[in-house]
Write a protein that binds this ligand. Structure first.
Ligand SMILES: *[C@@H]1O[C@H](CO)[C@@H](O)[C@H](O)[C@H]1NC(C)=O
Ligand SMILES: *[C@@H]1O[C@H](CO)[C@@H](O)[C@H](O)[C@H]1NC(C)=O
Ligand SMILES: *[C@@H]1O[C@H](CO)[C@@H](O)[C@H](O)[C@H]1NC(C)=O
Length: 400
C-alpha cells in the first residue's frame, strides 16, 4: 500500500513539474540548411524530438513508442527502452509507461543484497530492532541496553523496558535481564502497603468525630465507654487511650476500638455498612480525578494548622496508588493536627483553591465529598448523643 502511495507521489511530482514549466525549455541546434545556430524548444516527458526546429518551424515532438519512456523535458531523438526485468522474489512496483522505466522491489521480508532478494535478519532474543528492514535495506539489531529486554526472535520488535514492579505496587521476585522481563508478584508490596495504610479514613471521622462537650465531666471517657452497647473496652486499654493528646482524639480512639471489638453487634454492623457505603461514595466523587503532585501540594498548603510539606508529599505519591494519595495526605494532616477535624480543614482549604486555578472538576469533586461527609457527620453526631442521651450529666455538659 505504502509503496504505491510513494510512487503515486513521485508521479504527481512529475506532473507538477509539467504544469509549472509552461514555457518549454530550449536547446541549441546547428541548422545545416542555413548554417545557423538555432534555439529550439525541448520536447515534454513521454515524447521525443521527431524533427528539430528550423528557421520557419518549431520543434516537432512525437509520443514514445510502446515499451519506451522519457521522464523529463528533452532534446533526444528517441525514448529510452524500458529495460528492467524483475528478478526472482521481486514484484513490479511501477510498470513501464511513457514517462517511467519499470521499477521492481523485493517481496515482503526481503531486501536487495547485490543481485538477490535476501531475507531480513531476525534479531535473536536479547537483541531488539533499531531499524526495521526495507526492500532496500536489512534489519538493524542492537543488544538490549540495561533495563530493557527482548525475549523473542523477531525482525520487527524493539527491546522493551523491564516492568517497573514497584510502580505497580508489586513486589519484584525475579530480576530481568536482556532476554527476560522482571517478574512481579501479583500482590501488593508489603512495605508500600504499610506506607499507604490509612489509620483513620475520612468516613470514620465523619462517623466518630462528633462534637465533644466543651465542659467535660472528669470521667467523660469512662461514661462514654459504659454507654456504648456490646462488649466494653477494657480498663487497661482505656488508660492507654487517656494518654492521647486531645479529648477529641481520645473519644475517637475509644469509638474505633469499640467498633473493632463489637463487629457482630447490630449497631456496629450498621455503622460498618454505613462506613463502607460512605467510602464508595467518596471514591466515586474523587477517585477518578487524577490530582497531580503540584495540585496535592497546593491543597496541603491551604489546609489550616501544621502543614504537610512537599518532602512528605513526595514519598506518599510514590508509594500510594493515585486514588489513595489524597486520602493518605489528609490522614497525615490529621495526625499532625490531632484536635482538628479533617472535614472542616478540607472545607477551609477548598475556599482558597479557586485562586490557584484548580480544575473545576477537581474542586467540584472535593466539594461534593465535603458536603456529603458533613451531612453524615451531623446525622451520626445526633445518633450518638441519643445513645448517650440518658446520661443526664453529659447532656447538661454538652448544653453547657
Ligand atoms: C502517456 O501515457 C498516458 C497513459 O497511457 C496517455 O494518457 C498519454 O497520452 C501518453 N502521453 C503521450 C504524450 O503519448
Ligand atoms: C486518570 O488517569 C487514568 C490513567 O492514567 C485514565 O485512564 C483516566 O481517564 C484519567 N481520568 C481523568 C479524569 O483524567
Ligand atoms: C434511655 O433509657 C431508657 C430507660 O432507661 C431506655 O428505654 C431508652 O431506650 C434509652 N435510650 C437510648 C437511646 O438508649
Amino acid at each position: 500500500m505504502n509503496k504505491f502511495l510513494c510512487c503515486t507521489l513521485v508521479l504527481l511530482g512529475i506532473s507538477v513539474k509539467w504544469t509549472v514549466q509552461v514555457i518549454p525549455r530550449t536547446y541549441l541546434h546547428y541548422d545545416r540548411m542555413t548554417g545557423r545556430q538555432l534555439t529550439c524548444d525541448e520536447c515534454p516527458p513521454a515524447t521525443y524530438v521527431k524533427r528539430h526546429c528550423t528557421t520557419s518551424s518549431k520543434t516537432e515532438c512525437a509520443p514514445c513508442p510502446d515499451q519506451h519512456y522519457s521522464d523529463d523535458w528533452n532534446s533526444d531523438d528517441e525514448c529510452y527502452y524500458c529495460d528492467v526485468v524483475c528478478k526472482e522474489l521481486q514484484f513490479v512496483v511501477v510498470e513501464c509507461s511513457n514517462t517511467t522505466n519499470r521499477y521492481c522491489e523485493c517481496i515482503e521480508g526481503r531486501y536487495l543484497d547485490l543481485e538477490f532478494c535476501a531475507r531480513h535478519t531476525v534479531c535473536p532474543p536479547g537483541f531488539g530492532v533499531v531499524q526495521q528492514g526495507t526492500p532496500e535495506r536489512d534489519t538493524v539489531c542492537q543488544r538490549c541496553p540495561a533495563g530493557y529486554f527482548s525475549s523473542e526472535r523477531s525482525s520487527k520488535e524493539a527491546c522493551r523496558p523491564h516492568t517497573d514492579c514497584s510502580a505497580l505496587n508489586l513486589k519484584m521476585v525475579w530480576k530481568g535481564d536482556a532476554t527476560r522481563d522482571n517478574m512481579c508478584r501479583g500482590e501488593r508490596n508489603h512495605r508500600s502497603e504499610q506506607q499507604c495504610e490509612i489509620d483513620v479514613t475520612l468516613c470514620e471521622e465523619a462517623f466518630f468525630r462528633f462534637g465533644v462537650p466543651t465542659k467535660l465531666s472528669p470521667n467523660w471517657l469512662e461514661t462514654l465507654k459504659d454507654s456504648l452497647p456490646g462488649e466494653k473496652v477494657n480498663a487497661e486499654t482505656l488508660e492507654s487511650i487517656k494518654q492521647r493528646d486531645s479529648p477529641q482524639e481520645q473519644t475517637f480512639q475509644l469509638l474505633k476500638l469499640w467498633k473493632q471489638q463489637n463487629k457482630d453487634h447490630d449497631m456496629v454492623k450498621n455503622i460498618i455498612q454505613g462506613i463502607n457505603h460512605c467510602e464508595n461514595t467518596v471514591l466515586k466523587h474523587i477517585g477518578h480525578l487524577n490530582i497531580t503532585f503540584e495540585q496535592l501540594n497546593v491543597l496541603m498548603e491551604n489546609l489550616p494548622g501544621k502543614k504537610v510539606g512537599k518532602e512528605e508529599t513526595e514519598p506518599i505519591v510514590r508509594m500510594c496508588k493515585p486514588t489513595e494519595q489524597i486520602f493518605k495526605l489528609l490522614n497525615l494532616w490529621r495526625v499532625k493536627n490531632r484536635d482538628q477535624d479533617t472535614i472542616k480543614g478540607l472545607m477551609y482549604g477548598l475556599k482558597h483553591l479557586k485562586t490557584y486555578h484548580f480544575p473545576k472538576t477537581t474542586i467540584q469533586g472535593l466539594r461534593k465529598v465535603v458536603k456529603f461527609l458533613h451531612s453524615l457527620h451531623k446525622l451520626y453526631q445526633k445518633l450518638f448523643f441519643e445513645i448517650l442521651g440518658n446520661q443526664s450529666h453529659l447532656v447538661k455538659a454538652r448544653r453547657g
